[in-house]
Design a protein around this ligand. Structure first.
Ligand code: TPP
Length: 370
């Protein structure tokens, strides 16, 4: 018997009704299914979004080869998910703060982080977390703990609010599995209770390592988790860079204007393994993967650009050569980077090392040299 039937004496209160909007502009065939937002007329912008998606796509394939050749450690690929990060990060201003998660290479790249810095981070080099671009002084390094970044982002957003800084917001991302963590709900709660200038994007690539969405949650959508925090939640086609940009732009504008936080669920699909050391063929059905390839973001944007005469086949081929060259250049920088001192691991975490770690650092010097 259901609980509602037990409480025959109680009054039934109607507290919340909700619909979850799903936003898409560009369908799988690269055709518009809604009136294009104004920024779509900006050819330079649209081509730079396309270039970045293509570059990250090529980068992903390259890093897998580096890993297989023993030249690279673990890497969390973004194949098929590039439009989530590129679309979202393209809405940030220098005044905003970006708090990445470990699958944020596209966003970081758009923001100004160099590919070789991303490789350094995953190659275990502490300097990969020390972004060279001076504009990124306020952005956060890549975390490895699931969902911890949401609390960091909520913390920064509350500092912005307390300091009454105008026109400033925080953008962060989390995986679908990350929305099952306590940190996620805590961040959501303060985002709503304190009306924070915060935008949280869920990169719903359908897999938390080998766990599919269906085993992670009983919710029909992840966007509806926003209701519990008292903030707006929306679902977006994460393979449609136009929708990603339009929705993130609106959410950031709202946050900067004091309108509070938004939770955006970006529906995409992980076309790579969870990391370069994982064998996804053991749990992803090949038919599902084949279908997901039909919906990936690069192909549909290319179709739209060609239809709108912003790109032709020759320009596309040139762009690809240019992107491959950039990837190769960046890989060379990474491979030729002088190895950092073995003590580096101690030197990036604390302003002043605690006693306990000081002695460990001394041990490293004794055994490995400075
Ligand atoms: C707190 C915590 N628990 C477990 C792990 C190990 N782990 C790393 S990634 C991952 C799956 C995460 O999936 P999801 O949040 O959907 O993000 P995705 O990797 O798919 O982008 C797990 C369990 C971790 N890094 N941090």
């Amino acid at each position: 018997m259901s609980i509602s039937k037990l409480n025959t004496f109680s009054e039934c209160k109607s507290v919340a009704h909700f619909n979850i909007n799903f936003i898409q502009y560009l369908n799988e065939d690269g055709q518009l299914c809604a009136e294009a937002p104004a920024f779509c007329h900006d050819k330079i912008l649209m081509l730079s979004l396309y270039r970045a998606i293509k570059l990250l796509h090529l980068f992903d394939l390259k890093v897998l080869n580096l890993h297989r050749a023993g030249q690279m450690g673990t890497y969390t690929g973004t194949l098929g998910q590039e439009a989530v990060g590129i679309g979202a990060a393209s809405c940030l201003t220098d005044n905003d703060v970006f708090v990445p998660y470990y699958r944020s290479a596209p966003d970081l790249y758009w923001r100004g982080v160099k590919l070789h810095e991303i490789l350094m981070y995953w190659g275990g080099d502490e300097r990969g977390s020390d972004f060279a671009d001076p504009r990124l002084i306020n952005d956060f390094p890549i975390p490895i703990v699931i969902a911890s970044q949401l609390l960091h982002a909520a913390g920064v957003a509350s500092a912005i609010k307390l300091r009454q800084q105008k026109n400033r917001a925080v953008l962060t991302l989390v995986g679908d599995g990350g929305t099952s963590e306590g940190d996620f709900y805590e961040a959501l709660n303060v985002a709503g209770a304190w009306q924070l200038p915060l935008v949280i994007i869920i990169n719903n690539n359908r897999w938390a390592l080998s766990e599919p969405n269906t085993r992670q949650t009983a919710c029909q959508t992840l966007a509806q988790k926003a209701i519990a925090g008292g903030i707006e939640g929306v679902q977006v086609d994460g393979n449609d860079v136009i929708a990603m940009r339009a929705v993130t732009e609106a959410a950031l504008a709202k946050a900067r204007a004091g309108g509070g936080a938004t939770l955006i669920e970006a529906l995409t699909y992980r076309l790579c393994a969870h990391t370069t050391i994982d064998d996804a063929t053991r749990y992803v059905a090949s038919e599902e993967l084949d279908q997901a390839w039909q919906r990936e973001p690069l192909k549909r944007l290319k179709t739209w650009l060609i239809t709108n005469e912003m790109l032709d086949a020759a320009q596309d081929a040139n762009l690809e050569i240019e992107c491959r060259a950039e990837v190769e250049r960046e890989v060379e920088i990474f491979l030729n980077m002088p190895i950092q001192a073995p003590t580096a691991i101690f030197d990036f975490l604390y302003a002043e090392l605690p006693e306990r770690l000081l002695s460990q650092r001394d041990d490293v010097i004794k055994h490995r040299g400075s």
